[in-house]
Design a protein around this ligand. Structure first.
Ligand SMILES: [Zn+2]
Length: 447
């Protein structure tokens, strides 16, 4: 079906290939026209508009720009090319202070943005920046970094749209109720939410299964069960519950790092106990969710809580986690098939620089996890995986009305690939990113 918004010309026309819109019916368009950064016409109506720039797809495939819903861009840019899961040997991994000056912070962000543009990533969530990290080891997560973000944002330097979550504790560490309660009322800087949205907070509930620090019901081989990282005058659980209640009461989006079934359970319970609160600007979500049980996935669905998961970390840490969890529990860890077949919002993310920000091996790792659950590599499965990084990630951003699909009135954030990613049987890793368009502007084109 061809349709158009008002207006009689276009800045940009994409034509001559397959365009997966990822709209509600997964329709495929043959052309789209863009004006002022917005999609204004599709198919024949798009072709009919005189356009200042024409991108001939020549049989290539366009999809909505990819959105990595959990990626530490400042840290990634500061560490690049060194990832935690990579060929870099431990003695060559960067340690200590990575960025000190404003120039270094800006360079780190710009480096990350250039890298993401090359990968076809047009949006991401920066999960956790704030005052608790002002004296942090790396310099990547403190208030200074937030200032660098805002500066570059106001200069119009971004080539990715960013959702930033504030952190009132330490990254991968403890947080105190006192600091959290003191930080929350401080208003975030004023920004254009289409480029730099700051809708909520990140809270670290626990650690990770391979380190025996995920908070679990069943003990690890040494008899421990992990524990909560939140601190207060009373016990860690009541500090955690009060943090959730405070943030929910302010109408903020809440993302909780929770890998163990106990911490996931208590997050959901704390949200229920928070009672009547203003609707959050974007869905609350569990980050990682490694040991989520089927009952918890159904409960999250009922509560409108999502999961931001990392299949590539699962692949990297599987045998390591098996030592702590045993083969039976590790077989039930990373329940991606269960999440995707539920109605709970699920996004596939990299957690870069832990794993590579390259979404292609991440989607191949997702196919492998699904295959272990008997799900076939077919076009429907591939579309489902790509939706988690486009339309569904936009839902997590609270931005589904204006980004994440290639429909009329949505922003023109578009990734062009050499071949159709929905064709089964071929690894995602074999795809080439040919062009990345953000807000109607090409931010990367292969040479
Ligand atoms: Zn993370």
């Amino acid at each position: 079906m061809s349709s158009a918004l008002l207006g009689d010309d276009a800045d940009l026309l994409l034509r001559g290939g397959r365009i997966h819109t990822f709209d509600a019916t997964d329709s495929v368009a043959t052309a789209i026209a863009v004006r002022d950064g917005m999609i204004v016409a599709t198919d024949a109506a798009a072709e009919a508009l005189p356009a200042r720039e024409i991108v001939q797809l020549d049989g290539r495939t366009a999809i909505p720009g990819l959105n990595d819903a959990h990626l530490h861009a400042a840290w990634l840019g500061a560490r690049w090319p060194h990832l935690f899961f990579s060929d870099t040997p431990p003695e060559e991994q960067p340690t200590g202070r990575l960025v000190t000056t404003a120039g270094e912070r800006r360079s780190a962000l710009r480096r990350a943005w250039a890298l993401l543009a090359e990968l076809g990533i047009t949006s991401y969530t920066e999960p956790g920046i704030g005052p608790g990290e002002d004296d942090g080891e790396t310099g990547c997560f403190g208030t200074d970094m937030l200032e660098s973000y805002v500066e570059l944002h106001r200069e119009g330097a971004q080539t990715s749209r960013v959702t930033l979550l504030r952190l009132f504790g330490t990254i991968d560490g403890e947080s105190s109720l006192k600091d959290f309660a003191a930080g929350l009322p401080v208003p975030p800087p004023t920004t254009d939410p289409r480029w730099l949205a700051i809708p909520g907070v990140k809270i670290f509930a626990d650690g990770i299964p391979p380190m025996a620090t995920a908070w679990t019901s069943d003990p690890y081989p040494d008899g421990t069960t992990g524990h909560l990282l939140t601190r207060g005058d009373a016990d860690p659980l009541s500090a955690f519950q009060q943090m959730i209640a405070l943030a929910a009461g302010r109408g903020l989006q809440i993302a909780v790092h929770a890998t163990g079934d106990r911490s996931i359970e208590e997050f959901l319970t704390a949200l229920e106990r928070a009672g009547e609160t203003p609707p959050p600007p974007a869905p609350h979500h569990v980050v990682h969710g490694d040991l989520a049980t089927p009952a918890q996935i159904r409960r999250a669905e009922r509560l409108g809580v999502g999961f931001a998961v990392q299949p590539l970390i699962a692949a990297h840490t599987h045998s390591w986690a098996a030592v702590q969890l045993g083969e039976a529990r590790v077989a039930a860890a990373w329940p991606l098939a269960e999440m995707l077949s539920s109605g709970a919002l699920t996004t596939l993310t990299s957690d870069a620089p832990i794993a590579t920000p390259d979404w292609r091996p991440s989607l191949d790792a997702s196919l492998a996890l699904l295959a272990a659950d008997g799900r076939a590599d077919d076009a429907a499965t591939r579309r489902r995986l790509l939706r988690t990084m486009t339309a569904d990630a936009a839902i997590q951003d609270g931005a589904a009305t204006w980004k994440g699909t290639l429909e009329l009135g949505r922003v023109a954030d578009i990734t062009v690939l050499d071949e159709d990613p929905c064709t089964p049987g071929r690894p995602f890793a074999a795809l080439q990113v040919e062009r990345t368009i953000v807000d109607g502007r090409t931010v990367f084109a292969r040479g």
